[in-house]
Design a protein around this ligand. Structure first.
Ligand code: SAH
Ligand code: SF4
Length: 425
């Protein structure tokens, strides 16, 4: 069995530049999903193709994998017939395994997925009238321990690989039947006995029109900026015009505030940023978002002010979970406005009613309180809609994602939180 690489000790803060390589499957074959074109060409070269052939095959295979979503080499109709078994002997086209798929009464779907080495994680699809949003996980569990978040109560954590991250988007496209059909949109020099019918159909192009899956949010399990390299590599495949071809404007990454990685997120990924602020005073944020003890509110907001690409047209979203008598007073709302103005942030605020889970130490604010909070922020000229909870009946709402949902006692939770916090120091 491949190395499971479980992190018992949380707090993996700074990305270490280790050579990222592939772990072959038990049968020795290598999963191509998650690899960029150049790496695929390298592997084809190592497997015996000359440089020119390796490059051409990599270009063809890349297109089939990420743009067309095929899951077997036999379907790659412009690749010479004898070449296809050659590929299949050496490589696989992986997808995370689906353990369970649930549909909520409101149309929200949740998938319980499993990695090849047996770790479970979740993905959620939220259909709306004008868009469909896929909520993607970046880790199994989370090394952080925000007090209101069920994922934070998971002890074992493993980073998802780039393949497991992009694989979620690919699975959703499989499930929704949304791969483009039709012609390949580039010409090949070397088609041997390739079948011509692949080039005969129309409609190989991509557009967001009429699609179910239009947006991606990195808001599933885990802290994406603690798994920066894999998240970046996966999103590059998602954004590539010859890959999954989703615009960076339709992708949002949510962070609890890993300040040292925020600039790189803007520069190297360039997606929209959401920040889990949730509190405006040090005391309260230290309690509910403990990473605040390491990176405080001022540094966080300064990093937002400096975020590459933020503008009035591309605002930063501040997420704010509404917790009864904890962070929901008029004074909190006014301080939120003051901070946003002080740092001159192009901001919108997303108010999230707290979604309870068994044993959670908080309650959701009353609807009146949430409305009042929203009004104060709105009156200051900042958009502050209240997010409608979706998929609560299947535990798919924000912060409810947690596989193997065993209930921990308060004492066990406190012990776990103490361990995770110690690792933050
Ligand atoms: N780790 C990242 C992204 C995943 S969490 C982050 O923290 O930003 C996605 C959003 O759901 C975050 O804003 C998070 O704070 C919020 N959330 C977590 N638990 C919640 C709960 N029980 N109710 C409502 N929102 C919650
Ligand atoms: Fe981790 Fe985000 Fe949950 Fe905090 S809110 S524990 S950072 S997943």
């Amino acid at each position: 069995m491949p190395d499971t690489n479980l992190m018992q000790i949380p707090g993996h803060i700074d990305p270490v530049t280790v050579a990222r390589d592939i772990t072959p499957r038990a049968d020795g074959r290598v999963d191509l999903i998650g690899l960029p074109r150049a790496r695929i060409a390298e592997l084809f070269g190592q497997a015996g193709l000359d440089t020119k052939a390796a490059k051409l095959r990599a270009k063809q295979v890349y297109h089939w994998l990420y743009h067309r979503g095929v899951t077997d080499f036999e379907s790659m109709t412009d690749i010479a017939k004898p070449m296809r078994p050659w590929l299949a002997e050496r490589f696989v086209i992986g997808r995370p395994e689906i353990v369970e798929a649930q549909v909520s009464t409101d149309g929200t779907r949740k998938w319980l997925l499993r990695t090849a080495d047996g770790h479970d994680f979740e993905m959620v699809f939220i259909p709306d009238a004008d868009r469909g949003t896929l909520c993607v996980s970046s880790q199994v569990g989370c090394t952080l321990n925000c007090r209101f978040c069920h994922t934070g109560t998971m002890r074992l954590v493993r980073n998802l690989t780039a393949g497991e991250i992009v694989g979620q988007v690919m699975l959703a496209r499989d499930g929704l039947g949304e791969w483009p059909k039709g012609r390949m949109d580039f010409a090949f020099e070397d088609t041997d006995d390739a079948e011509p019918e692949a080039a005969d159909q129309d409609g190989g192009g991509y557009s967001a029109d009429g699609r179910l899956l239009t947006n991606i949010v990195m808001m599933g399990m885990g802290e994406p900026l603690y798994n920066f390299d894999n998240v970046r590599d996966a999103l590059k495949l998602v954004m590539d015009g010859d890959g999954l071809a989703l615009s960076k404007r339709r992708i949002t990454l949510s962070t609890s505030g890993v300040v040292p990685m925020m600039a790189r997120c803007g520069e190297e990924i360039g997606v929209n940023l959401a920040v889990s602020l949730h509190a405006v005073t040090k005391d309260v944020r230290d309690e509910i978002v403990p990473i605040n003890r390491k990176f405080g509110i001022e540094d966080l907001l300064q990093a937002c002010a400096d975020y590459p690409g933020a503008s009035n047209a591309r605002r930063i979203t501040f997420e704010y979970v509404m917790l009864k008598d904890k962070n929901d007073s008029d004074a909190d709302a006014r301080e939120l406005v003051r901070l946003i103005k002080h740092y001159n942030l192009p901001a919108k605020v997303n108010l999230i009613p707290f979604n309870p889970w068994p044993g959670a130490p908080y309650e959701c604010s009353t609807p009146d309180r949430i409305r009042r909070f929203s009004d104060i922020v709105f009156e200051a000229g900042i958009s502050a809609p209240v997010r409608t909870p979706r998929g609560r009946d299947i535990d798919a709402a924000c912060g409810q994602l947690k596989t193997a949902a065993e209930r921990k006692s308060r004492a066990e939770l406190e012990r776990l939180y103490a361990e995770k916090e110690a690792a933050l120091d």
